[in-house]
Design a protein around this ligand. Structure first.
Ligand code: E4P
Length: 220
């Protein structure tokens, strides 16, 4: 399963680089607005920093404008993916873009029916929003599982990108379900590193070692 960072913050994204755990990035208009800097400059920096796929969302809602915007996004870098909302115009745009070889990520998917349509339109990625469904008292992970099994039934090439992640359990469940990608906020990715037994174990190792180090100075 690939791990993408769901953020537009350069400092936070950069803090995870160099470990081999970041396969890509997803951004959206809200995340870019949070950074409050020129969005074009911001996404160019992310595309340069991260070699994997970086999703950048169109903000137009009409077919022609979406295609124009997505095409411009795709020209920002070979790793750029145009994020398109799940609408009728959006799916028309995805088909046109897919025929032109532009990578797409269909965003705001909240049902299996929508995921079927995204795949039919030729999306590179389909993004079910798990956490937002949980927020309204629905089981978001169940939707991810359904989409994964539907795509498997027909060997569909569209990758399932599980989005709107709220906790590390979402990541584990997505992996168990066989998701292609999970995209998570930096805070949740940080939580995945921690375990109290790791902390206490390391503390004890270093304490025991300090007694030995006092007697035998030489060590690498
Ligand atoms: C995915 O591509 C979206 O940017 C993201 O996962 C949305 O998550 P949210 O529901 O936490 O805003």
């Amino acid at each position: 399963m690939k791990i993408f960072i769901d953020s537009a913050n350069i400092r936070l994204i950069d803090s995870f680089m160099g470990m081999g755990i970041v396969d890509g990035v997803t951004t959206n208009p809200s995340l870019l607005a949070k950074e409050n800097s020129d969005p074009t400059v911001q996404v160019k920096k992310i595309l340069k920093l991260v070699p994997g796929h970086v999703s950048i969302e169109v903000v137009s809602t009409e077919y022609e404008k979406m295609v124009r915007e997505a095409t411009a996004i795709s020209r920002l870098g070979r790793n750029a993916v145009a994020k398109i909302p799940m609408t009728k115009d959006g799916m028309r745009a995805v088909r046109t873009l897919s025929n032109a070889g532009v990578k797409t990520n269909v965003t705001l998917i909240f049902s299996s029916a929508q995921a079927i349509l995204a795949a039919k339109a030729g999306a590179t990625y389909a993004s079910p929003f798990i956490g937002r469904l949980d927020d309204i008292g629905t089981n978001g992970m169940e939707l991810a599982r359904d989409i994964i099994s539907i795509y498997r039934n027909y060997s569909i090439k569209t990758k399932v990108l599980v989005a709107s992640i709220r906790n590390p359990m979402h990541v584990i469940d997505a992996a168990k379900a066989g998701a292609d990608v999970v995209t998570l906020p930096p805070e949740i990715l940080s939580l995945m590193f921690s375990h109290p037994l790791t902390d206490s174990g390391l503390k004890k190792f270093l304490l025991d070692w300090s007694g030995l180090a006092a007697k035998f100075k030489k060590w690498f």
